[in-house]
Ligand binder design. Structure first.
Ligand code: PRP
Length: 219
């Protein structure tokens, strides 16, 4: 049997998605050893391999077929724009992509002023301002702590992820516009979807059943 290879975005999403996989019988004992420096983990018996990668690289591994399946945030999928199938919303890691800034920047957005937008997501910001809002802006790519930009005068607004909203609140910023909702998604390589259709469809089906049961239990 050929291995099915899973690429998981490092961090909170990986732990949560591994919990979900475990519940549908996709286990990997090797991966639970937190002290291990191994990069790839195998379940020989079931024919699965798992590896953790930087979130931004997950769509790349999946597009090229180095991983059959990826678990990654919708933000990264939109930003990377890779050729792959997005097959399932896992319902975990829910948050929003928003335009944020000081309350005083609201006017600049409404009047379509030429403003500077700092973001870790230039493709998403570009699509939102150019294609949806038809507003010309200058996009400045940053790599983290995006909330700093409007505070120190690098930009008027930011495009960033808002989860609880506490980073914004603690820095005197607010959500000005919502770009889109986000959550973790399962993505599949386009060739794998055909070649391993039966195994992959079964995994999707089992995850769907699990998600539905979890949603019903929450209600
Ligand atoms: C993300 C995001 C916000 C924050 C939002 O940053 O970029 O800064 O979380 O969460 P909140 O609404 O619950 O406060 P992350 O912690 O991933 O680090 P980064 O700033 O280096 O990107």
């Amino acid at each position: 049997m050929r291995y099915l290879t899973f690429a998981l975005a490092k961090g909170r999403l990986a732990n949560k998605s591994l919990d979900m996989f475990e519940k549908i019988g996709i286990t990997c004992e090797e991966m639970k050893d937190k002290d291990s420096r191994k990069l790839i983990f195998t379940n020989e018996e079931l024919g699965y391999r798992f590896f953790l990668a930087k979130a931004n690289d997950v769509p790349t591994y999946v597009e090229y077929g180095a991983a059959d399946i990826g678990i990654v945030g919708k933000d990264t999928i939109l930003e990377e724009g890779r050729k792959l199938y997005e097959v399932l919303d896992l319902g975990i890691g829910r948050c929003r992509m928003c335009v944020c800034g000081p309350e005083s920047a609201r006017d600049l957005l409404q009047h379509h002023e030429l403003i500077r937008v700092a973001t870790k997501y230039p493709a998403i910001a570009k699509d939102y301002f150019y294609n949806k809002k038809h507003q010309t802006v200058e996009i400045i790519k940053l790599n983290g702590s995006i909330e700093l930009a409007p505070i120190v005068g690098l930009s008027e607004v930011i495009v960033d992820i808002v989860e609880t909203g506490s980073t914004l609140r603690e820095n005197g910023l607010t959500v000005l516009e919502e770009v889109c909702p986000l959550s973790a998604r399962m993505v599949v390589n386009q060739v794998s979807m055909k070649r391993e259709n039966e195994r992959i469809t079964k995994i999707i089906q089992n995850l769907k059943t699990l998600i539905q049961a979890q949603q019903e239990a929450e209600q």
